[in-house]
Structures are given as structure tokens and as C-alpha cells.
Design a protein around this ligand. Sequence first.
Ligand SMILES: Cc1cc2nc3c(=O)[nH]c(=O)nc-3n(C[C@H](O)[C@H](O)[C@H](O)COP(=O)(O)O)c2cc1C
Length: 219
Amino acid sequence: MNRHLVLAVTGASGTAYALRLGQAMLSAGMHVHLLVSEAARMVSLREIGVELPPATADENTWRQFLETGLTSGPAASWGFQNCSPNAEGELSVHSLRNYSAGIASGSFLTGGMVICPCSMGTLSSIACGASTNLIQRAADVHLKERRPLVLVPRETPLSSIALDNMTKLSQAGATVLPAMPGFYHAPTCLADLVDFVVARICDHLGVPHQLMKRWGDDA
Ligand SMILES: Cc1cc2nc3c(=O)[nH]c(=O)nc-3n(C[C@H](O)[C@H](O)[C@H](O)COP(=O)(O)O)c2cc1C
């Protein structure tokens, strides 16, 4: 499997999903290409009470943030376990204006891309091929190259515009995987709900994980 995976974080609710996913990808030894929108910073501050590292921050600062973002502030009581990714994974952080980054081109091979959480704004831009920042461009590249693109929208209710955009993207090859945790695995804390969604994303990207027991494993 190609170890290069793109993780884009946009301004929909659900910062915790993104942090947990980053941890899982690094723990599985992936090379994570991280992209973060301005709106994602606003949402993060509100949801987990911690400022995301500035756009100029280096990889080590981001790595440390991924480890501590869910164990400090309000999220500290959400029940997350094993938040320290092993050292094998690599992290590259890209500016949204850097159209010279490898991931802006189809010739740079990746194992796939996920946008988590995915705002309706970013979703609509990708659906019409706008490519106005590196998140949208990288998503467009994954679609045209027929590589896995997982979109994790979070909005409710959904307008017919949003539904049309999702249909269009699904038909173009994307996997629309809404942040809709199930409750049949008997969750006992918020972390269980977050891990439910993150586990499904990892499965779709081929990232090995032990975030939760699989249905049927007890049999
Ligand atoms: C606290 C907060 C929560 C938000 N939640 C959502 C959401 O769940 N879904 C969504 O589509 N937009 C949400 N938004 C609005 C987006 O952040 C906004 O549309 C933004 O332009 C998205 O930009 P981006 O796609 O570049 O990140 C939220 C904004 C804030 C400040």
C-alpha cells in the first residue's frame, strides 16, 4: 500500500474526528499530508478549547498537538485512550496556497485522501471542480486519478443543494461517509462515538487500526 495519505480538515463541526484520525494514521505508520482551512481553526477553538498550531508551525509542533489536543481542555473528559501515535508515521503540513506541493499533482502517488470533517462549502467547491485552494485541488486530483477520496460531511438537516452535491461526488468516485456514529456498539463515552466514525474512515482508506471491536468479532 502507498503510505502517503492526505488528511484535510475544514470548518464543519467535529475537530475531534480529525485529531483522532491523524493519530490513527500516524500510528499505522502512514505519511500524513495535513491541510487545515481557516474556518477549521475557528471551529477547533470553540469545540476543544485549544488553538490549532499557526499556519507556519513545523511538523513537530503539529505532532505534539495531535497527541495532546484530546487530552487537555474540554476533551480531556471525553475518554480518549492511546493518544500517542508511534514514531513511525511521518507528517507533512502544507499551506492551502501551495499549489506547488506534490499532492497538487496526479504524478505524486498517494493511497488516498480524506476530508474530515468536510464543510458544505468545501463539498460544493469540489463538486463543481473549483480548485480554489490546495484542499479542493488535491480532492480534484484524487477524483481524476480515480484514487480513494473519502468525504466526511457534518451538517443537519441537508438542503437539496447539499444532497445533489453529495450525489454528484459519489457518482464521480468519492465515498461520502457522514459523521454519523452508530450506537449499537454500546458506547460509554464521547470517545467511543468519535472512534466509531474514525474506524469506518480508516477501513475505507486501508489504514489498520484497533479503535473498536468489529461487529461479529464476538461470535
Ligand atoms: C463553530 C462553527 C461550526 C460550524 N459547523 C459547520 C458544520 O457542521 N457544517 C458546515 O458545513 N459548516 C459549518 N460551519 C461553517 C463553515 O465553517 C463555513 O461555511 C466555512 O466557510 C467553511 O470553510 P472551509 O470549507 O474552507 O473550511 C461552522 C462554523 C463555525 C464557526
